[in-house]
Design a protein around this ligand. Structure first.
Ligand code: NAI
Length: 740
């Protein structure tokens, strides 16, 4: 079965997200709603969405729109019809009746329902129709959430389900799990339970919401939004609806019922319009004090808001074993939450799935957890877990495990995909090295470096790992969300605060040396980014010999925002890329001015399509929809590059003062128009000096090392200024740039 034409019915949040992702896969799609005005508005929303749902906005017209009365004919041509209308069974049934009257023979029909069982959805269909009907449960936002659950019934044609799965994996880039028809399927059943446990235990143990979020967050391998932050993000009212549907669908003795009871404070928040970020606020809210925005948090006991106080648990990395061993209330909270989640998830095997592995993957793909409950159990250690746990009645999985005490119960990872993913090969690979910032593996004659810090920020040890791993072909890739958000600013600020600028200089030099080494070493180096590849992260990427990029990347040189300039070869590499253009052949100032514009404004691209015109990516770089394919495609490059020869060192000719003055004129205009302030001017001047080639003329040839030196000098000057340090401190505290 080939899918060449799709119709999506219902153009709300989910329908428009699904249509956009189908458009991203270059497949024509029609979006139908009650009226064409509604679907036209949806199309406009897709176009304007931030972060963008479209990889390439110029393809927007591949999404056609219409209404279900005048344009239903389009269904006749579709190979796949996705229903994503409101969660009302009567409406859904009416639509199916119409679809099955019109669809072409054998076309797949699916629902995006989050809570209605397939049995009920398909109750009016004939056996023949049921063969082609399933649930395709996407997560919001569709482009960015990797999980797709396909729920099948016993009537399905399995070949068809498998070919739909393979289409969704390959063309739509989704991690696709096949699930049974049970309430909430895999992801929400365990994910929402986990949120509810984290919330109810925080109430019980009288933790502040900041404390709960700090624990049920990074140290447990869970995104930093934690539980209350996530509640606000999803919408407190929406969560209440989700819970109601679980309460209705699940048996009374299901453990979920215990944590799904209505909480008076939550009820009050919804009633008073505190539905989360989309409303007046939620557990957290923004308030104004003396005209300054401040973040406030709710007191779970009193319901009063006060200034939010960040709580630091002392570990930014996943550290579950130490966390649950703490003797304080935080350790108790962590253990209580995680042990309940493990107990609940394991009690669902084999009822909701016979592959516990799929539950872990659902948590990883749908909730961005680093590890699922079963992997966390493995990390805690089977013996350790059973020493700590008090009871686990009616749980066959744990009863069996308590008898075998098999520490290796887990077996392989990511069973849902045939692809040779990083997650699959890591357990089989030889671990060559591990430091505080990265891990190095050897597999099939090549090396892999995976960064392991918060947002994969880079420091001296990350560079060490890269440098040491070039004794074989190297792939730089990771399982975490970000490839790298750039150089670790707190690491740099620690030295700056101690006025140990020598240490910073040593680090930047080592960064440059490592990147140069990546580019010119004997064996090919492939970077396979996904998520953020900013600043230093981009410098690693752009000095690798090959790039295999996921389509969901955010890439760019953003150093000027924190009062610095790229100094790991970013300026040099961008100059090189722009110097190779036809325009640059006739005009020595073309490349410096282009790069000045790009780095000066800290331009970023949110897809490979946007990255190419800026030359953050090259046309020959591979662009891949499916994250799971990054490693196989990188590996193929290495296999094809048996006769790899590193590139020749490059040379530059710039006009020095001539182009520098052009840049200064541009800065002066921005300064006079008050678009930049004093320090913006100072940073701009340093950048201008580097990009113009410094003290040079067009007939002098500059080497890469000379450009590295210019970058280093400018960086060292800036890092020693108070205003750059102010910018860094501000960004570290708020995540936002400071204009000074
Ligand atoms: P929504 O309320 O944003 O959009 C629903 C759309 O359906 C509206 O544009 C509405 O005009 C349209 N509609 C209503 N009756 C229709 C009819 N008879 N014919 C054609 N269009 C009709 O809803 P949302 O959030 O997009 O949800 C859609 C489905 O996806 C629901 O089944 C929901 O349970 C499910 N879902 C929602 C998720 C979310 O995060 N919002 C996540 C996963 C699943």
């Amino acid at each position: 079965m080939e899918i060449k034409n799709v119709v999506v019915i219902g153009s709300g949040t989910m329908g428009s997200g699904i249509a956009a992702q189908i458009c991203n896969a270059n497949i024509p799609v029609t979006l139908l709603d009650l009226t064409s005005e509604i679907s036209q508005k949806a199309k406009e929303r897709i176009f304007k969405s931030r972060p963008p749902l479209l990889i390439d906005k110029s393809k927007i017209d591949n999404i056609k729109i219409g209404n279900i009365n005048d344009n239903f004919d389009v269904v006749r041509k579709a190979d796949w019809i996705v229903e994503a209308v409101v969660e009302r069974i009567d409406i859904k049934h009416n639509i199916y009746e119409k679809i099955f009257k019109n669809r072409k023979d054998g076309a797949i029909v699916s629902s995006n329902t989050s809570s209605i069982p397939i049995k009920i959805l398909s109750q009016n269909l004939t056996i023949e129709e049921k063969k082609d009907f399933c649930i395709t449960h996407f997560f919001n936002p569709v482009r960015y959430m990797d999980l797709l659950e396909i729920v099948k019934s016993e009537n399905n044609d399995l070949d068809k389900i498998n070919s739909l799965k393979s289409f969704c994996e390959k063309d739509l880039g989704k991690g696709t799990l096949i699930c049974n028809d049970t309430p909430g399927f895999l992801g929400n059943r365990v994910g929402v339970y986990a949120m509810q446990v984290a919330m109810t235990e925080a109430f019980k143990m009288q933790l502040s919401i900041e404390e709960a979020d700090a624990i049920f967050g990074r140290p447990m391998g869970i995104p930093k939004t934690g539980v209350f932050g996530l509640y606000d993000l999803i919408g407190i009212d929406l969560m209440a609806d989700v819970l109601k549907s679980f309460v209705k669908e699940l048996p009374e003795n299901d453990e979920f019922q215990k944590v799904a009871k209505e909480i008076p404070l939550v009820k009050k928040l919804i009633e008073t319009g505190y539905t989360g970020r989309k409303g007046k606020g939620g557990f957290y809210r923004m308030n104004k004090n003396n005209n300054k925005k401040i973040l406030e948090s709710i007191n779970l006991e009193t319901g009063e808001y006060s200034l939010s106080k960040k709580f630091n648990i002392g570990s930014e990395k996943m550290d579950i074993v130490n966390l649950i061993n703490r003797k304080d209330k935080y350790g108790k909270y962590a253990w209580s939450v995680i042990s309940k989640i493990i107990k609940y998830a394991s009690s669902l095997v084999p009822g909701i799935t016979d592959k516990f592995n799929d539950i872990d993957e659902a948590m990883r793909l749908g909730f961005n957890w680093t590890k699922g409950p079963f992997e966390i159990l493995k990390e805690i250690g089977v013996n350790n877990f059973f020493q700590k746990i008090e009871n686990f009645e009616n749980n066959n999985f744990l009863e069996n495990l308590s008898k075998t005490k098999d520490e290796n119960f887990y077996g392989e990872r990511q069973l849902y995909t045939q692809l040779e993913t990083l997650g699959k090969i890591k357990p089989k690979a030889i671990k060559l090295d591990k430091n505080n910032s990265a891990e190095t593996y050897r597999f099939d004659g090549f090396n892999i470096v995976e960064f392991t810090t918060k947002a994969n920020a880079l420091d001296y040890e990350s560079m060490d790992s890269l440098k040491n791993a070039t004794d074989k072909p190297l792939i730089i890739i990771n399982e975490a969300m970000q490839f790298s958000a750039g150089v670790n600013l707190s690491y740099t600020m620690n030295f700056a605060e101690k006025r140990d600028f020598k240490a910073i200089e040593k680090f930047v030099k080592y960064f440059q040396e490592t990147c140069k080494h990546l580019k010119y070493s004997r064996y090919p180096v492939v970077s396979a980014p996904s998520g953020l590849a900013l600043g230093g992260g981009f410098e690693v990427l752009c000095q690798s010999n090959f790039v295999v990029s996921h389509t969901n990347i955010v890439v760019g040189l953003v150093e000027t925002l924190v009062g610095l300039i790229p100094a790991g070869g970013g300026c040099k590499e961008m100059l090189l890329r722009w110097s190779k253009t036809d325009e640059a052949k006739n005009d020595p100032d073309y490349a410096p001015l282009k790069v000045f514009d790009i780095i000066g404004y800290a331009k970023t691209a949110t897809s490979p399509k946007e990255a190419e015109p800026l030359k953050y990516l090259k046309p020959e770089d591979k662009k891949i929809m499916s994250r799971n394919s990054l490693l196989p495609v990188s590996k193929k490059i290495i296999e094809d590059e048996k006769n790899f020869k590193p590139p020749e060192e490059c040379k530059f000719n710039f006009s020095g003062k001539v182009v520098y003055e052009k840049m200064i004129k541009m800065l002066e205009k921005l300064y006079n128009d008050k678009i930049i302030l004093d320090h913006g001017m100072a940073v701009g001047k340093e950048l201008a000096y580097v990009l113009s080639g410094g003290d040079t003329t067009v007939d002098k040839t500059l080497s890469e090392d000379q450009l590295y030196q210019l970058e280093l000098d400018a960086f060292m000057k800036l890092i020693q200024t108070k205003k750059t340090q102010d910018r860094i401190t501000h960004t570290l505290a708020t995540g936002k740039p400071l204009v000074n």
